[in-house]
Design a protein around this ligand. Structure first.
Ligand code: NAD
Length: 275
């Protein structure tokens, strides 16, 4: 049984509901691809954004976006495969900004995993599994653990996890079981935490995931073009998405427009999962 709560007053202006003004939004993997597009979309809605990056420097991008939208864009370096670095990251952000309204746990690595029968040694077998689980699943869980304490203390917050359509369907012709398993875990993590945190405060902590289909980013850019042609043939809308076609779902989930949305996965895949 869940707590019964009073219905809040909500205004009907979409402009206000979707606004991210005065919000502090943190985006992991924010230096490229889907994450970078989310950063710019948040900024365009008035959000102050903190980019978490690993290797690619983001100082120039940050200045550009800051000037374009007149918001604050900050950045912190963090290797999300290390739990100590994640803990330190959230400590530093809270020391500097006192709050986090939105966390997008988006960083991840690609899915060219090979088949389960292809391994030639125990080392190769273990490495191929653990590499993907470590970044695409465990690092997301650790980010959730540290943001959870912050949200609990604040009594509010929106957590958005980047899953994938691979959480729901099997992409053909790739062999990518570790990636699919990790992303299915991420989707289920969002649902589990939505329920786990629903009892806190006034019901203002929400957790959701976004499941993109094939998107033109660095990650897919590494793939053989004959493979990308196949992806387009298998996608009802007949093409790959641009990152900007994915980031609107994140704006909705980050903003007050989604105050009654929790435990949901938003699929943005050009219809791939329908067939
Ligand atoms: P991308 O390569 O542009 O972005 C991935 C980001 O994750 C990079 O900025 C990278 O620096 C960061 N990252 C990776 N390992 C890290 C680590 N150890 N520490 C810190 N940061 C790290 O690719 P993208 O397509 O924008 O991917 C973003 C997310 O979207 C990923 O989780 C990916 O699985 C997911 N996704 C992508 C697609 C697609 O078709 N591109 C489809 C579904 C889901």
């Amino acid at each position: 049984m869940f707590k019964i709560r009073n219905t809040p007053e909500i205004n009907n202006s979409s402009q206000q509901l979707f606004s991210l003004k005065n919000k502090i939004c943190v985006v992991t993997g924010g230096s490229s691809g889907i994450g970078l597009s989310v950063v710019e979309s948040f900024a365009s809605m008035g959000g102050n954004v903190i980019i978490i990056y690993n290797s690619t420097p983001v100082d120039k991008i940050a200045i550009e976006i800051e000037k374009k939208y007149n918001v604050k864009i900050d950045y912190f370096k963090c290797n999300l495969s290390l739990v100590e670095e994640i803990e330190n990251l959230f400590d530093l952000i809270i020391k500097k900004y006192n709050k986090i309204d939105v966390l997008v746990a988006n960083a991840g690595i690609g899915w060219n995993n090979g088949g389960i029968n292809d391994f030639k040694s125990h080392e190769e077998l273990i490495q191929n599994w653990e590499k993907f689980i470590k970044i695409d699943l465990s690092s997301v869980y650790y980010c959730c653990a540290f943001i959870g304490k912050i949200f609990e203390k604040q009594g509010y917050g929106s957590l958005i996890l980047t899953a994938s359509m691979s959480a729901n369907v099997i992409n053909i012709p790739q062999l990518q079981t570790p990636y699919n398993v990790a992303k299915a875990g991420v989707k289920q993590m969002a649902k589990s935490l939505a329920i786990e945190w629903s009892s806190i405060g006034n019901g203002k902590i929400r957790v959701n995931s976004v499941s993109p289909g094939y998107v033109k980013t660095k990650l897919t850019g590494k793939m053989d073009p004959t493979l990308t042609d196949k992806w387009c043939q298998l996608t009802p809308l007949g093409r790959m998405a641009l990152p900007q076609e994915i980031s609107g779902a994140y704006v909705y989930l980050a903003s007050d427009a989604s105050s009654y949305t929790t435990g949901t996965d938003i699929v943005v895949d050009g219809g791939y999962s329908c067939v």
